[in-house]
Design a protein around this ligand. Structure first.
Ligand code: PBG
Length: 326
């Protein structure tokens, strides 16, 4: 059957009709809200390349958690900017490190209401800005694993509900699982940044946390764009090592990878709608070139439709303002 018997427009005539047929529902409870905590400040400091976003002092993080909950968002992902950066990332696993303190504040205030996720990486804590130990210009893999295990355990000790390794070292999920289990944290899940690409979209984030590598780039550990089968392999390996959830990052230029993840694995799929994706929308909206709320809904619906169960997004902060069609 075809036109004129078939008329696709019959089902599009009213808003209610369109809504009853909607298959992809954006919900604030599937969003994860990233928070930047800075050890060296006493007031929020605006991040220039991320309009509307600031780094926060530790003592304001609990309030930010409350704002998230008020938006219907039930989870936050923490990134730290330590006072001290060195060549072995010691601030990343310090008992009273910036993220550890922030986790503690959030859990003391919000308890089980809020799922607190710690990003497990070293770039923010390293003087050279790389995600692992460096020797003779090379980012060392195996020697870095032990430190990543310590970071994860220190975050779990502080009360983190989930740890999210993002360093892209081989074997990091296995090493972290073992370290957590040895320390009695066998109940703490791992959200693995499995398919994490070397991307131009991380620019604003690196400004936010001052983690731009001082030499070279991250291409020897983060993935390159043109090989989708490699993503499948990364995800498979992480699951074999004990990942509970797998992530694709960034989201928009990698929707096919999200879809591959969903088709191949029966675990929660997470997509990271990264800083550059946020800032592009903000910049265009501030110029009056696009309608911000319409575009946010469209982007996040697309990411969800591709197969993401959870979306990490800076737009979570104002979820209520754009979630409802107006
Ligand atoms: C690295 C890390 C990065 C992001 C999250 N964790 C950036 C990088 O690899 O340089 C980027 C997030 C974003 O751009 O929003 N540990």
């Amino acid at each position: 059957m075809s036109f004129p018997t078939v008329r696709m427009r019959r089902l599009r005539r009213t808003a209610a009709m369109r809504e009853i047929l909607n298959q992809v529902n954006l919900q604030p409870n599937n969003l994860i809200y990233p928070i930047f905590v800075d050890e060296g400040i006493t007031k929020p400091v605006a991040i220039e390349s991320m309009p509307g976003y600031s780094r926060l002092p530790v003592d304001q993080v609990a309030d930010e958690g409350k704002l998230a909950l008020e938006q219907g968002v039930k989870s936050v992902l923490l990134f730290g900017i330590p006072a001290l950066k060195d060549e072995s990332g010691t601030s990343a696993f310090a008992k009273n490190g910036v993220v550890q303190k922030a986790i503690d504040e959030l859990k003391k205030t919000h308890g089980e209401e809020l799922v607190v996720i710690g990003d497990v990486c070293l770039c923010e804590y390293m003087s050279h800005g790389h995600c692992g130990l460096v020797k003779d210009g090379e980012v060392l893999n195996d020697q870095t694993l032990e430190i990543l295990g310590k970071v994860a355990v220190s975050q779990a000790e502080a009360g983190a509900d989930v740890v999210a390794p993002s360093a892209m070292m081989d074997g990091q999920v296995g090493a972290i699982r073992e370290a957590l289990d040895d320390a009695g944290f066998e109940q703490i899940p791992i959200m693995a940044y499995s398919a994490k690409y070397a991307s131009g979209f991380y620019g604003p984030f690196r400004e936010a946390v001052e983690s731009t590598p001082k030499f070279g780039n991250r291409r020897s550990y983060q993935m390159s764009q043109g090989s989708p089968e490699e993503a499948l392999r990364e995800m498979e390996l992480d699951l074999n090592e004990g990942a509970d959830m797998i992530m694709v990052k960034p989201a928009l230029a990698y929707l096919d990878i999200i879809s591959i993840a969903k088709d191949n694995f029966n675990v929660p799929i997470v997509a990271y709608n990264v800083s550059g994706e946020y800032s592009m929308v903000k910049a265009a909206a501030m110029n009056g070139w696009i309608d911000e709320k319409t575009v946010i809904r469209e982007i996040l619906t697309g990411i969800k439709r591709a197969g993401a169960d959870l979306i990490i997004t800076y737009f979570a902060k104002n979820a209520k303002s754009w979630l409802n069609q107006s």
